[in-house]
Design a protein around this ligand. Structure first.
Ligand SMILES: *Cc1c(COP(=O)(O)O)cnc(C)c1O
Length: 383
């Protein structure tokens, strides 16, 4: 595979690219055909078979970025999550899940798994003993997410991977928040890596996509279900995503740097109660994060002091936009209590430590001085 041995930004820019033999253009040509002539009996190219030239190009890039043999690109992050989970679970099986999961994943489990006869347990905490305590005779999969949403908790990749191997389980991670720039779970023994490519891979808040990376054997198993579920991504969007990913390395590194500076600024602010960012030495898992992440990511959360209303604060911001999604080049905020975790209910939120004054901050690539000025003017306005 061309360029797969390169370093981060070389892989982002080149790996997988389709050579334009006809005109020798600089980037992968876009192939929109939904119909291809047979290439022998084995190769039938068709968009829903995840094997068009552009789909294959991007699969190679994702695999190289996650240090795996193979990858698959889906129509959304949830298509990737649901297909990967269901590929390894059947009626009567059991899955152990981290208790702090992305809302959509939480809903998938709570709303759909009963129908499939799949049993599940959420952990009580994030220590490896919390995972081990939930393993049963019929457990097949352990599913984690680190750093987590919205409190940026850190789960020990190596400890969970070792536990999974000991019990002969498949370990899966939602690696969206870290992105492959900051964390490669495969290097710590995790089996299957999942991304919402809507986030850092796309990076411009204009693409909805998902990705899975693993061994050829695991990816083939996931593919067998994926082609029947039909959650492939249109070639046009695949091609746009390939373009977006060329700059993922430089974008995410800039976001790491900005988020670190914003976390340090917020940490010393007299209007902020608490900051959650794995890059701060005050984060309870800072050392663990350092041992498994190359950068601490562009996501952080903070609690405003109780005399500042979270909603008023968001509305007073001029540069930073309130937004449901995250990971774009533009900075956005949201109040989990009002939005992503509204349906969870007060009790469960309290159990997870999600306070009303909590603001989730997706730090973009703007100049950090402008972001600080915006926060300062918003606080001055609402106080
Ligand atoms: C957004 C997100 C998802 C779901 O991705 P979609 O592309 O919206 O389907 C899954 N996990 C995490 C951590 C996310 O942020």
């Amino acid at each position: 595979m061309k360029h797969s041995k390169g370093r981060l930004n070389t892989i982002c820019t080149h790996t997988g690219e389709v050579e334009d033999k006809q005109f020798r253009g600089a980037v992968s040509p876009l192939f929109m055909s939904s119909s291809y002539a047979f290439e022998g009996v084995d190769v039938k190219r068709y968009p829903r078979y995840f094997n068009t030239p552009n789909q294959e190009a991007l699969c190679k890039k994702v695999a190289a970025l996650e240090h795996t043999e193979a990858g698959l690109i889906f129509g959304s992050g949830m298509a990737a999550v649901s297909t990967a989970l269901l590929a390894f679970l059947r009626a009567g099986d059991h899955v152990v899940l981290q208790n702090t999961l992305y809302g959509g994943t939480y809903n998938l489990i709570n709303e759909e798994f009963d129908k499939f006869g799949i049993e599940y347990s959420f952990t009580d905490g994030l220590q490896v003993e919390d995972f081990e305590a939930k393993i049963k005779e019929n457990t097949k999969v352990i599913y984690i997410e680190t750093p987590s949403n919205p409190l940026l908790t850190i789960t020990d990749l190596k400890a969970v991977a070792t536990l999974a191997k000991k019990h002969n389980l498949v370990s899966m991670i939602d690696n969206t928040f870290a992105s492959p720039v900051n964390q490669n779970p495969i290097d710590f023994g995790i089996d299957v890596v999942i991304h919402s490519a809507t986030k850092y891979m796309g990076g411009h808040s204009d693409i909805c996509a998902g990705a899975v990376a693993s061994t050829t054997e695991h990816i083939d198993r996931i593919f067998q279900l994926a082609k029947n579920f039909g959650g492939s991504l249109s070639d046009y969007t695949v091609w746009l995503l390939e373009r977006s990913m060329k700059t993922m390395g430089i974008r995410v590194r800039a976001q790491n740097e900005n988020a670190q500076k914003m976390a340090e600024y917020l940490h010393q602010s007299k209007d902020v109660e608490k900051v959650y960012y794995p890059g701060l030495p005050s984060h309870p898992d800072h050392e663990l994060a350092k041992s498994q992440m190359r950068g601490f990511g562009g996501m952080l959360s903070f609690e405003l002091k109780s005399d500042i209303d979270a909603m008023d604060f968001q509305n007073a911001l001029e540069l930073i936009k309130p937004s449901m999604s995250l990971a774009g080049v533009e900075s956005t905020v949201l109040s989990p209590t009002q939005t992503s975790h509204a349906l969870m209910g007060e009790e469960e939120r309290a159990r997870q430590g999600i306070k009303d004054g909590l603001i989730r901050f997706s730090v973009g690539i703007e100049e950090v001085e402008d972001l600080i000025e915006d926060i300062e003017q918003a606080i001055a306005k609402v106080k």
